[in-house]
Structure formats: C-alpha cells, structure tokens
Design a protein around this ligand. Structure first.
Ligand SMILES: Nc1nc2c(ncn2[C@@H]2O[C@H](COP(=O)(O)OP(=O)(O)OP(=O)(O)O)[C@@H](O)[C@H]2O)c(=O)[nH]1
Ligand SMILES: [Mg+2]
Length: 479
C-alpha cells in the first residue's frame, strides 16, 4: 500500500452554504480527529466502529470554547474512497468557520492536500484505475445528461473492462511465442503467426470503434458548436432567445441589430449546444458589417452545426444565396422562420435553391455520402416558439443517429485516451504487416507488447509519475 502523509482539504465549494465538508485522509486522520473532536459522551474517536457518524464539537485544543457544532464521519481503510482511513467533518457552511476548522486540522498534524490528491491516492492504492479516476473529474465537470451518463459508465469500469479484455487477447499469443522460443522442443511455432492474424485484426477493429466514438465523446462532453447564420432581420437573435428561454440577445425590427457574435451554452434535451448568434450577413460597403461577414464565415468553418435562419415571409434574395456558398460540407439545418406569417419562401422553393449547390445531398432529409452535406428543413416561429422541439430532435438525429444509448456504450471523451488507442492501433498494424512479410516471431512480440503497453496506459499501467501528476493537477482541491 502507498504510504504518505495525512492530508486534509475543504471538499465543498467555498461559499456560504448549509454545510461544508473538511476531509482528512491518511494513517493519522482518526487520531487527529480525536484530538479536536469533543462530544457530550466523550467519545473516543479511535475506538468507534468504521463507517459511523458522531455528533459533537470541534475545539482548537488551547481554546475550550468550541469552534463549531459538527457531524464527524469515520471511515477506516481499505474500504474508503482513497483506500486510507478517512474522517469527514460536516460543519456549518460558512467560509470563515470552514477555513478555521481546516487550519485546526493542519495544526494538529495533517498537511494541505494538493488538487486531486484524494483521487490520486485512490488510484495509487488500487481503488480505481486511471480511466475511472479521470471519470470522477468528468462527472464533476459534466454539464448535461449524456455526458454524466457516459462518465458514470466509465467510473463503473466500462472502459477499463474493455481495455483489459483487449489486452488479454494480445497477451495470450505473445506469451505462447515467448514460451515456444524458450522451449522449441515442446512448443511449435509453425503457422502460428498466421493463425493469430484474425484475432489481432479483430482487436484493431475494436480499437477503431473506440477511436470513432471520440467525435461523439467530444460533442457530448464539450457541446455541439452551433452557429446561427442568416441575413439581417431573419430572426437569428430571436431563435437564440427562444432556445435559451430568456431575452438574452437584443431583438429589434431594424436589420443589423446584432453586430458582434454572442455565444451561450444551452442544454437541449440532454445534450449541450455551444451556440453562437452572428451578425446578419449581407452585401455591404460598411466596413464593420463586412468584418462581421468574415467573422461569420470563420465561425461556420469551425462549427459542428449551422442553423441557417431564413425569413420565410420574404422571397429568397441575394443575401440568402450568398450564405449557401459558405456551407460547404457543413451539417446544416435550414429554418424557415416566421412561419406564423404568410409565407413567400416555402420548402419547395428552398429545395430548388439547395439543389443548385452540388455539394448538398440530393435526398432532402438525410444523406451519409462522404462529400454530401447532411441537412434538413424545419419551419419554425422563433417569436411564437413553435418548431423548437422538432429542431431539438433533428439535432440529435444529425449527430447521434437519433439515439444515444447508454447501456454499456463507451465514449472516448479524453484526448489522452484517444492518443494511446491510436498508438496501440499502429503497433498492432505493424504486427499484421510483420505476419504478412513473414518476419520472425520474436520481432512480432515486440510490436505485440507495444500495443499491449499503449492500451495499458489508458488504465494507468506503466505510466510515468509526471503524467499522473499532470492528470490529477486538473482536479479541484478536496477531490
Ligand atoms: N412574426 C415573426 N416575427 C419574428 C419571428 N422571429 C423574429 N421576428 C421578428 O423579426 C425581427 C428581427 O428579429 P431578430 O431576432 O433581431 O433578427 P436577427 O436575425 O437577429 O437580425 P440582425 O441581428 O439584425 O441580423 C424582430 O422584429 C423580431 O421580432 C417570427 O418567428 N415571427
Ligand atoms: Mg440579431
């Protein structure tokens, strides 16, 4: 077991609240608690049962007056978060009182915990692997339902189990080759390399599937970068407000109201959109507006999704048509806005225009062709708030083929994990090449082991101290 100092930190946010928690972990945590905790029945904290809660007061030792009234939770290792003895002090949630209790704990022998140090200890003590430790942080930073579910899945070991099983598939033939090389009289390597090819190809395939989830993983975790575009006065800012459910952006009937791009995070049916309202795009001699057009183009190229707002109460004009040329290869939803008014531009007219652009799919609803654009058309009224539900469903359809199921689905939302998967894939591709070229088995084992180790890094095996420190430094203090 990993040995170290006893550490302490405030585990709750530092703002006035109902309660705060000061957490202590390490060999001396129970003794420290015993020195500063006083109860009417004079409880000896060193003698209480594990996983019990006690009512009393924190005193600073030299002062007889209690500092606060608290509940003390005593949990003895190894069945704790860190694997060590843990004491948690539930005190009143004032900033001053919580800090004072932490100071008393430190004065009695604990040292201040670094960011993520509790979780780092959990990892070092084998309570969780690295993918699970990272999932803890992902849960804390989750901002939507799907991201939370994906993180909880990972905490429960979904990724870990997958990696372990892939590694076993690699290790088995590697071990056989090594045994056979040591003991050629009893083990035969004739044709063995070829016989493992399907297995290794299968592992590569599985790794590929994981790598492919990383796009969805990013979208789930960070949100879909969504750009609202359209000509002036089409109702872009009204759409932003409708999606937000509040009057965030200024809406007027004067074209050119929005001058600077404005962005907000929106939670929409379990997914997050990072949504940007842009200045209306029109041909203009005004330098500020021209800069706005350039900015919109730039935003479109960096976005995951374009919401193209069209004023359906007016005919399509030059300004609308200009925008088509910016949508090359982008997932786009055409919104026929102002559907509460008499329409001048309907779906047929719009389709005709869309079809003039060859890079748009010929099938109006969905198309998965590589170079074709995926798009759909939805009539809405940003003012009357109609069609917004359909828009939400359509976004899910476009990005997650309609259903994000979370039974045992794994999403790679972490660049580090993606990087290690790619390394493992490269090594295993070398194995396949080696088999095809007929290289000797001992050379194959080198690449097999490379693949095995790259996968191991995901769960924290054979990773260096620097990397571990870097990962946990991103956590908050007290976790
Ligand atoms: N009838 C009707 N009017 C709408 C609708 N959506 C927006 N409007 C009106 O259209 C006008 C322009 O709306 P905005 O949301 O400011 O349009 P915008 O696209 O952001 O305009 P710029 O910022 O100038 O580019 C306002 O008077 C809105 O009230 C709608 O669905 N129906
Ligand atoms: Mg606007």
């Amino acid at each position: 077991m990993f040995k170290s100092d006893t550490i302490a930190a405030i585990s709750t946010a530092l703002s006035p609240s109902g309660i705060s928690i000061v957490r202590i972990s390490g060999d001396e945590s129970i003794e420290i608690a015993n020195k500063i905790f006083k109860s009417k029945k004079n409880i000896d904290v060193t003698k209480v049962k594990s996983h019990t809660i006690h009512y009393g007061f924190i005193c600073s030792g030299d002062e007889s007056e209690p500092v606060d009234e608290v509940l003390l939770t005593v949990m003895k290792g190894p069945h704790t978060y860190t694997g060590e003895d843990i004491v948690e002090i539930n005190c009143h949630g004032g900033i001053y009182v919580t800090r004072k209790i932490l100071d008393i704990v430190i004065a009695n022998g604990a040292s201040l915990a670094a960011p993520g140090e509790f979780t780092k200890r959990a990892f070092l003590n084998g309570r969780m692997d690295l993918s699970q430790a990272e999932a803890v942080n992902d849960i804390i930073t989750s901002s939507n339902e799907y991201s939370l579910k994906a993180s909880v899945n990972q905490l429960n070991g979904s990724l870990r189990n997958k990696i372990i099983s892939l590694r076993e598939t690699i290790l088995e033939p590697t071990a056989y080759i090594e045994t056979a090389l040591d003991d050629p009289e009893h083990f035969d390597l004739d044709g063995f390399a070829n016989s493992i090819k399907p297995k290794i190809l299968n592992v590569i395939d599985e790794i590929d599937k994981l790598i492919k989830t990383s796009d969805d993983g990013r979208l789930i975790k960070e949100g879909i970068e969504t750009i609202i575009v359209g000509k002036p006065n089409a109702g872009k800012s009204s759409l932003l407000n409708a999606l937000l459910g509040e009057e965030r952006a200024i809406v007027t009937d004067t074209p050119g109201t929005t001058r600077d791009a404005l962005s907000e995070y929106i939670n929409l049916g379990g997914i997050t959109l990072h949504i940007v309202d842009t200045a209306g795009i029109r041909e203009t001699s005004d330098i500020i507006e021209r800069m706005g057009v350039e900015k919109a183009k730039e935003l479109i190229s960096g976005g995951d999704l374009v919401l193209f707002v069209i004023d359906s109460s007016k005919p399509l004009d030059k300004n609308d048509k200009n925008i088509f040329s910016m949508l090359n290869g982008k997932k786009t939803i055409f919104l026929l806005n102002k559907s509460d008014l008499e329409n001048e531009t309907n779906e047929d007219i719009l389709l005709e225009e869309i079809n003039k652009f060859t890079n748009f799919a010929s099938n109006p609803s969905k198309n998965n062709g590589e170079n074709d654009m995926q798009y759909s058309i939805i009539p809405i009224s940003a003012r009357k708030n109609t069609g917004i539900d359909i828009l939400t469903d359509e976004i899910k359809e476009l990005f997650f083929a309609g259903n994000i199921s979370f039974n045992n689905e794994i999403y790679i939302a972490n660049e580090r994990q993606k990087f290690d998967l790619k390394d493992a894939k490269e090594a295993l591709k070398n194995v396949i090449n080696g088999i095809e070229l007929g290289v000797s088995e001992d050379l194959l084992t080198i690449d097999l082991m490379d693949g095995y180790e790259s996968l191991g890094k995901i769960i924290g095996e054979s990773v260096g101290e620097d990397l571990i420190n870097e990962i946990f430094s991103k956590f908050c203090v007290g976790k």
